[in-house]
Design a protein around this ligand. Structure first.
Ligand SMILES: Cc1cc2nc3c(=O)[nH]c(=O)nc-3n(C[C@H](O)[C@H](O)[C@H](O)COP(=O)(O)O)c2cc1C
Length: 211
């Protein structure tokens, strides 16, 4: 086998017991703060892993739109493949990778829908084009061609002309409620720093893991 990309060392930083915070939510917020300060090309994209009815894993990127002490929020179509998988199996794993900071965060937990009010509030903050897009896209369903999509967009645009666009019933947020976090900082010689948090009887247990 031939390497397709040149080998890279991870030597930018370190992450030790002296650095890590006791509360994984605070640690998550702190790393997001660093990501914001570093003005990364993309800081909010996360891989979302779900499991289908047959127990087979699936994955895709979503944008994290919110985070607080309840969990991580993303928005999507409630009739999409991921939503069907989350209905059948309401657990997920989110993985974030920031190459510029040589950091990875993994979060696992149960997933629940956000309240309609939360979904509406976020929907109303979206640009108008994205709002119309949410109405038009029957996400994950087969469509005949691109023209069908573009025609549907123009028709909806006309339908809502001069009107506030309501949040579609089949569109909204999910919140991943964490029971596991892992923070990974790349280090030299592949001896990376890894800290895992696991929720046990209502309190967070922390362990350093071998890389
Ligand atoms: C950078 C990026 C951001 C994305 N953000 C979202 C998102 O926030 N919500 C969403 O439903 N899909 C988003 N997508 C599209 C998903 O990756 C996926 O194609 C779509 O949600 C359908 O997935 P599903 O068929 O598994 O439901 C994004 C894709 C990329 C590459």
């Amino acid at each position: 086998m031939k390497n397709i990309i040149e080998r890279k060392e991870y030597s930018r930083s370190q992450f030790t017991e002296a650095d890590i915070l006791a509360d994984p939510f605070a640690q998550f917020a702190s790393w997001f703060h660093d990501a914001a300060l570093a003005a990364l090309a993309v800081a909010d994209a996360a891989h979302l892993a779900t499991v289908d009815n047959n127990g087979h894993p699936d994955g895709r990127i979503v944008l994290l739109k919110g985070f607080d002490d309840r969990g991580l929020v993303f928005f999507t179509n409630y009739e999409s493949t991921k939503a069907a998988q989350l209905k059948a199996n309401p657990f997920a794993a989110v993985t974030i990778y920031w190459p510029e900071l040589e950091r990875q965060i993994r979060v696992r937990g149960a997933v629940e829908k956000t309240s309609r009010e939360e979904s509406q509030a976020y929907f109303s903050s979206r640009p108008r084009g994205a709002q119309i897009g949410a109405w038009v896209s029957m996400q994950s369903k087969p469509i005949k061609d691109r023209v069908t999509l573009d025609d549907a967009y123009r028709a909806k645009e006309q339908e809502f002309i001069d009107e506030e666009i309501p949040c579609p019933q089949n569109w909204g947020g999910f919140r991943l409620v964490p029971n596991n976090f892992e923070f990974w900082q790349g280090r030299d010689n592949r001896l990376h720093d890894r800290f895992a948090f696991h929720l046990k009887n209502g309190s967070w247990q922390r362990q350093r893991l071998a890389p």
